[in-house]
Design a protein around this ligand. Structure first.
Ligand code: KG4
Ligand code: ZN
Length: 347
């Protein structure tokens, strides 16, 4: 097989990223560069990502990220075999900036252009990090996504279910905000929870006992708000211990829902009789040790391998886009100058 070296670009949310991957069939893919420029500070005062600010920052940062990635890889643009770019789903301004930048690079250097679905990028990451064989089960849990995907090929995904409202990362962030903890909320809540009593507050586990793999997390934040307000009404405020107990109760509820629904998703997946069954996780929430531990235990019980890529490849990055580009290219995908940015693009 042919060795391929691809540049990848990612700009669909609040990270501008460029990366270079090299792969020879049968060998471990090499990450030659993986540059991520975050925008957290730009959006910090607004309580969320502001699309207009994000788009402008991507447009400003893309070129320098590409230059940095090429320098890190020690390669000229002409040494590449292709350019892959996130063509959706995401904030349209950012996705358009990325697609335009990729078109310019590809046209200028006469390279093939591959438009990649951002979710496919996440879903194919375990093949970059662990050469995982199809079919495997993927749980994508972040601030923006929450879904189970049965991954059968580079362009063959079945969505087994997902959140019908908020993503778990959003719930962590809102919980942190309600309790006056720092953003992003996931790490703050996890830290508080270590000193907490998980059974003091009984928070809801919506849809837990319903068939299927759909989940709901928006009711949790209402429950947290009520618990906090009840304490404030009762004694004028909440103590450090109250806060830790709420965090522990909340985290346990999220873990129980994710583990319970993963159990159902595994049953559907195992019916396909995979030769080396595996569950892979991706997304920022997969960094949570309690959630990860719950999933790992479940997998052990079911004889399923559990895989969690390193965090910098779990959260938004361009290495996953370059890699997905290589996989799609090998499977015959080619895009031209008519490649369009798609704000919505279900797998
Ligand atoms: O994948 P990611 O970096 O970006 C997208 O949302 O696409 O995920 C960020 C989300 C945030 O909501 C953050 O609070 C959450 O992941 N997160 C965590 C942890 N670390 C990050 N949630 C729970 N526990 C953590 N340790
Ligand atoms: Zn993402």
């Amino acid at each position: 097989g042919q060795t391929l070296t691809f540049l990848g670009l990612e700009s669909s949310c609040d990270d501008t990223a460029a990366a270079v991957i090299r792969h020879t069939p049968g060998q471990t893919p090499q990450i030659l560069a993986n540059v991520v420029a975050g925008q957290t500070a730009l959006h910090a005062n607004f309580g969320g990502v502001v699309p207009e600010i994000a788009a402008r920052a991507h447009a400003e940062k893309l070129d320098s990220c590409v230059q940095e990635a090429l320098a890190e890889a020690g390669l000229a643009l002409s040494a590449l075999d292709g350019v892959a770019v996130t063509a959706g789903p995401g904030l349209i301004g950012g996705v358009m900036s990325g697609v335009m930048c990729a078109k310019g690079l590809a046209a200028g250097a006469g390279l093939p252009l591959i438009g990649v679905n951002h979710l496919a990028g996440h879903a194919l990451t375990p093949r970059l990090t662990d050469q995982l064989e199809f079919p495997y089960l993927m749980l994508l849990v972040s601030g923006g996504h929450c879904q189970f995907l049965l991954v059968r090929g580079s362009d063959d995904f079945s969505r087994l279910g997902g959140t019908i409202d908020d993503a778990p990362g959003e719930a962590f962030d809102k919980t942190a905000r309600l309790l006056g903890l720092a953003q992003p909320g996931g790490p703050s809540v996890e830290k508080e929870a270590t000193a907490g009593e998980q059974n003091r507050f009984k928070f809801p586990r919506p849809l837990m006992n319903k068939p299927g793999c759909d989940m709901s997390f928006s009711g949790l934040k209402t429950a947290i708000l009520r618990a906090r307000d009840a304490l404030v009404a009762e004694k004028g405020g909440i103590t450090v211990q109250d806060r830790a107990d709420i965090c522990a109760g909340f985290q346990t509820a999220v873990r129980d829902v994710l583990v319970g629904k993963t159990e159902r998703a595994l049953t559907t997946y195992m019916a396909e009789d995979p030769s080396e069954p595996a569950l892979a996780v991706a997304g920022g929430v997969a960094a949570n040790m309690a959630i990860r531990g719950g999933l790992e235990t479940l997998c052990k019980q079911r004889g399923v391998e559990f895989l969690a890529p390193p965090l910098r490849l779990c959260t938004d990055n361009a290495a996953m886009i370059a890699w997905a580009g290589i996989e799609r290219y090998r499977d015959g995908q080619r895009d031209g100058m008519n490649l369009t940015a798609r704000p919505r693009w279900p797998l």
